[in-house]
Design a binder for this molecule. Structure first.
Ligand SMILES: Nc1ncnc2c1ncn2[C@@H]1O[C@H](COP(=O)(O)OP(=O)(O)O)[C@@H](O)[C@H]1O
Ligand SMILES: [Mg+2]
Length: 315
């Protein structure tokens, strides 16, 4: 595993306003988004041991201010967050039909789509950062030209010793076509150090029959470290040529599966940042995912996270 040179992390992507039902026609306003969820959990777990934030773009309005205030209150750095005077944060609403959840999005015109418009701003936001994390959702929401800018800036970042982690998080509806999705994700894989795919996604969208096939395809693209998640199934890891399989501890208290993969990424990457070995990184990912699975919504309770924090926050 390549060491992460500095204890400074930025997720690159979109945080949205979340409206979660609390009763008939009533909603609670929160904030969520895959890369934000990962950064937030890392910040909660690492505390003062690391500097964790987001490279994103929000609006210049009261809702965006509330989001930024929550980030700061939860110990995240605001470096990397820019404000667009003309646009707002995207929003999604959760609909409950019995226990089934469906999501409705209003994100086409969100400020975050412009987070990579300016390469110089992006490069400055990554200055001094050790780990940059992004996802297929980040790539999907960007205009084509901004994607090119992001690829170029990430390539410079890696050339300067920075580590890039990438979760393909494939959401077909966000992509213009299957070809565009496959080509863009493949390019990103070729330009990252740590890949964190989920087997379901890769099977459905790249036709990989099993975790070994995912490892083979991604290793073939030059990814040094590949971590394949598979829900209750084992975690399969490729690290510079060697494959290891780790069983997932069974859980009996699953309330909501939203955000399990994002939280796994947070635990795994937080432990990686601390220099832990692969078994400890996987265990950290599984514990973080378990905390989210036992909780409604994409983020675990702070109490559950505080209980998890001690083992990792040693320096
Ligand atoms: N049913 C489950 N039982 C135990 N752990 C689970 C279960 N579902 C998810 N997890 C945990 O969450 C992690 C990520 O789950 P997965 O479903 O693969 O990701 P995603 O949410 O991205 O689809 C797994 O590696 C595992 O640690
Ligand atoms: Mg996922």
């Amino acid at each position: 595993m390549v060491p992460i040179p500095r204890r400074s992390v930025r997720s690159i992507g979109e945080a949205m306003v979340e409206m979660a039902p609390v009763g008939a026609g009533q909603y609670r306003r929160g904030f969520a988004g895959d890369t934000f969820n990962t950064a937030w959990h890392m910040a909660q777990w690492l505390g003062a041991v690391a500097e964790v934030g987001m490279i994103t773009c929000v609006g210049q309005d009261a809702l965006s201010d509330a989001f930024v205030a929550e980030m700061a209150a939860d110990g995240m750095t605001l470096a990397g967050v820019s404000h667009d005077p003309l646009r707002h944060m995207g929003l999604y609403m959760i609909q409950l039909d019995g226990v089934e959840r469906s999501f409705h999005y209003w994100r086409e015109t969100s400020a975050a789509r412009h987070l990579a418009d300016d390469g110089a701003v992006l490069a400055r936001a990554l200055d001094g950062v050790g780990l940059a994390h992004l996802s297929g959702i980040t790539l999907a929401i960007l205009p084509a030209a901004a994607r090119e800018t992001l690829f170029a800036v990430l390539s410079e970042f890696r050339a300067g010793g920075g580590v890039v982690s990438f979760d393909p998080n494939i959401r077909p509806r966000l992509w213009a076509s299957r070809t565009e999705m496959q080509e863009t994700i493949t390019r990103m894989l070729a330009g990252c150090d740590i890949a964190l795919p989920s087997l379901d996604d890769e099977r459905a969208h790249f036709g990989d029959p099993d975790a070994e096939a995912v490892l083979a395809r991604m290793a073939g693209l030059g990814v040094a470290e590949i971590v394949v998640k598979d829900g209750a199934g084992p975690v399969t890891i490729h690290d510079r040529g060697a494959t290891e399989v780790f069983a997932t501890p069974p859980l009996t208290n699953i309330l909501d599966t939203t955000g399990a993969g994002d939280a796994f990424n947070a635990g795994y990457l937080a432990a990686r940042l601390m220099g832990d070995d692969v078994a400890r990184c996987v265990a950290a990912g599984q514990r973080m995912a378990a905390a989210v699975l036992a909780h409604h919504g994409a983020r675990a309770s702070k109490e559950a996270l505080a209980a998890l924090r001690a083992p990792v926050a040693r320096s």
